[in-house]
Design a protein around this ligand. Structure first.
Ligand code: AMP
Ligand code: ZN
Length: 695
């Protein structure tokens, strides 16, 4: 739609508008409209924006302000005069019962006070009551319930119409398929909310992908919106998505309006009581804008501690009748205002790429950029994961790059601003030899990672020790990466067991090692001998064995040595363990070097037994057993039943397969029951039998 030439010009014009703080001139309005349309197209149609959201907002506001002051110059096709944007077509297109509008954005207390003043004037009130809630950073959805049943789920799309994604939405466990709206006399209701991926699910998912050499997701927001349009609903389920529902947009009653519907906070409570994850606990009601402003400042401090990403707060007029009075523009409701937190995206220059050797020999390219300050941290190094990613993003040395940091998620290069290239940028050359030991690098056909396969490669040895002592592994505090490197360089530490044979006499002569720090280090090393075996398994650094797999293995054994008797088939029978992972574990425990290593560690007095197993026997009567519930349960709520299984050490799986031990079939059980019957390996039990079993 836009030629490279146009793209270049429009990008330059955007930069000029962004730099210029003067009010817009009438002659420039048309240009700015084109610039905005261009960026909308990049964002919504191509899903490949060239500027940040904040920059877009600044441009949008500039035009909006101009049009407010010069209403006679508004054109019918101005970006301010429509709700939305074009759709890319993949799923069936569906029209929303009520358009899904955007929110107006504010960035400081003044903006909020201004907005409050208008609301007070329009309502002739001294103070307006507000409800404040987080602005969830995910993908917006609209759900339709009829006679208490979820009948349709739609993406936002262009605001007027979106794509129907009901099957995918049904994979999200926090969205009830059935909700008792009829209790409130509600027959039909359209509700709005945001689908998100928690930071934890995001990390788990990426860890698993990385363990298996598969594609990594960039950030939780993209992960959520990308998930909604996956072709395979099971893949959606695997991502562990979540959803907050925060708005009732359309409703048909058969009696009078429920009292709760008189305020926004009440509507959140109604949703909560109907079984939705509404921001019932996250919301706060205040009597004036000053209190709102103070609350927002406090909440921003909490941002990194929340389990999910938020990009700001949303302030809403609490009384619904006042909301109606204030009404909406074609773009946003006048009764709500978003407050955006500090940007977590910035641009920088890619200066060079370093190639680091990991503990499994994997070569990781790391981008060195001009330092940028991103929401509290200075970022100058960013992992690029592998060669494919460099190619996909077509990064070059000298490129202007868009950098992002999402919460506690590691920083990421979103893309290169190719339009800004001058021609002197240079391609990134991937090495053919290990940058540390110089041996040839290898890459199996189906993988994306190059490796140094020299087991004595110094870089790998050091990385293995660093991994061993790290927080998620043996957690030897005050050891740390820097000390491992230092001790290794000085010849005080040569391999993992050496961690337990340090010459503290010599260390005490080093600079920075007083008595106190040596005592601490010694105590931490001593203490690590009692770590649980799942940590020890993880610490060994077996390829593809992350924390999850390490726990699964630990749960199956009484002593670490048991693992050397596991056959490939035994290993493949474990949940989440495929042939690749099984092969790697098998090879590790059969290799003489590994056995040698284990022997040394055992001699150093490390705990090799599963201490958890014996103790919790009574509680964990379902240990290692998998369950699935299907059909309608009479006595238990499905979620309670599932929680009971997990409490007793069992696990809930999402589908019928040979790995399923028990299918609890309620009334009117359907295809899952049929499938389980065919499989012959699944125990099919009733709800009563299940209750007896866990008693
Ligand atoms: P924006 O995309 O910046 O215009 O912001 C508007 C979007 O914020 C809406 O379309 C919603 O998807 C999203 N949003 C997130 N949290 C909330 C919330 N608590 N209330 C309303 N909208 C929200
Ligand atoms: Zn090497």
């Amino acid at each position: 739609m836009f030629s490279p030439e146009q793209t270049k010009i429009l990008t330059q014009q955007s930069q000029q508008f962004l730099k210029d703080n003067n009010p817009l001139q009438p002659l420039d309005a048309g240009v700015l409209r084109d610039v905005l349309r261009f960026h909308e197209y990049r964002y919504y149609v191509l899903d490949n924006p060239l500027i940040t959201d904040t920059e877009y907002d600044i441009l949008y506001k500039k035009l909006e302000k101009f049009e407010q002051e010069n209403p006679e110059l508004i054109t019918a096709d101005s970006p301010t005069q429509r709700v939305g944007k074009n759709l890319t077509n993949q799923f069936a297109t569906t029209v929303h019962l009520v358009p899904m509008l955007s929110l107006e954005n504010s960035y400081n207390a003044e903006d909020l006070k201004d907005w409050d003043r208008k609301a007070r004037e329009a309502s002739s009130l001294n103070n307006v009551e507000y409800c404040v809630e987080p602005k969830f950073d995910g993908a917006s959805i609209s759900l339709l319930y009829e006679n208490d049943l979820l009948v349709r789920a739609v993406t936002r799309g262009d605001g007027i119409q979106g794509e129907e994604i009901t099957t995918n939405i049904k994979q999200i466990r926090s969205i009830p398929l059935h909700a008792p709206f009829s209790k409130y006399g509600i027959q039909q209701v359209e509700i709005r909310g945001e689908v998100l991926m928690s930071k934890k699910s995001f990390k788990c998912f990426n860890d698993k992908q990385a363990e298996q050499g598969l594609q990594i997701l960039a950030n939780p927001r993209n992960a959520a919106s990308g998930s909604l349009r996956l072709k395979n609903p099971q893949a959606v389920a695997d991502r562990g998505l979540d959803a907050f529902l925060y708005h009732i947009s359309y409703v048909i009653y058969d009696k009078e309006i429920p009292e709760l519907m008189e305020t926004h906070a009440g509507a959140l409570q109604l949703l909560w009581e109907c079984g939705f994850r509404s921001p019932q606990k996250e919301k706060h009601v205040y009597q004036n804008i000053e209190e709102v402003i103070a609350h927002i400042a406090d909440y921003e401090q909490l941002r990194d501690e929340l389990p999910y990403e938020i990009d700001g707060m949303v302030v809403k007029v609490n009384a619904i009748n006042l909301q109606d009075k204030l009404g909406m523009t074609s773009h946003h409701p006048r009764w709500a205002m978003a407050y955006k937190f500090k940007a977590r995206q910035a641009t920088s220059i890619l200066r060079s790429v370093e190639f680091q050797v990991g503990r499994t020999g994997a070569i990781t390219p790391v981008a060195k950029i001009d330092p940028v300050f991103l929401a509290g941290v200075t970022v100058s190094s960013i992992s690029l994961f592998n060669e494919d990613i460099i190619r996909e993003k077509d990064l070059r040395i000298g490129d202007t790059v868009l950098v992002e940091r999402a919460g506690d998620v590691i920083p990421n290069i979103v893309k290169a601003q190719q339009e800004l290239r001058t021609g002197i940028e240079e391609p990134i050359v991937f090495p053919k030899h290990c940058p540390v030991c110089n041996s040839d690098l290898h890459k199996p056909e189906e993988e994306s990672v190059w490796r140094c396969i020299n087991p004595n490669c110094e870089a790998q040895v050091v990385e293995r020790i660093i991994h061993f002592v790290s927080k998620d592994a043996m957690d030897i505090r005050s050891f740390g990466e820097a000390n491992v490197r230092k001790f290794y360089q000085l010849g005080l530490l040569k391999e993992i067991p050496g961690v337990y044979q340090l010459d503290f006499q010599k260390i005490s002569t080093l600079e920075g090692f007083g008595k106190k720090s040596i005592d601490n280090l010694q105590a931490a090393i001593e203490g690590s001998k009692q770590q649980s075996i799942n940590r020890l398994i993880f610490a060994l650094g077996i390829r593809y064995v992350g924390e999850t797999t390490a726990k699964i293995l630990a749960n199956r054994i009484n002593n670490l040595w048991d693992l050397k008797d596991f056959s490939l088939e035994d290993l493949m029978g474990l949940e989440d363990v495929g042939p690749k992972v099984a092969g790697s574990i098998f090879d590790f425990f059969q290799a003489p070097e590994s056995r040698e290593l284990l022997k040394k560690l055992e001699n150093e007095g490390l705990n090799f037994t599963n201490t958890k197993r014996g103790k919790t026997n009574e509680q964990s009567i379902l240990e290692g057993k998998t369950f699935l519930f299907t059909g309608t349960l009479n006595q238990l709520k499905r979620s309670d039943a599932e929680a009971m299984v997990e409490e007793k050490g069992g696990k809930i799986v999402s589908g019928v397969s040979s790995k399923l031990n028990y299918l609890v079939a309620g009334e009117a059980a359907g295809s899952k029951l049929e499938k389980a019957k065919k499989l012959n390996t699944v125990n099919i039990i009733s709800e009563e039998e299940f209750l007896k079993m866990i008693e």
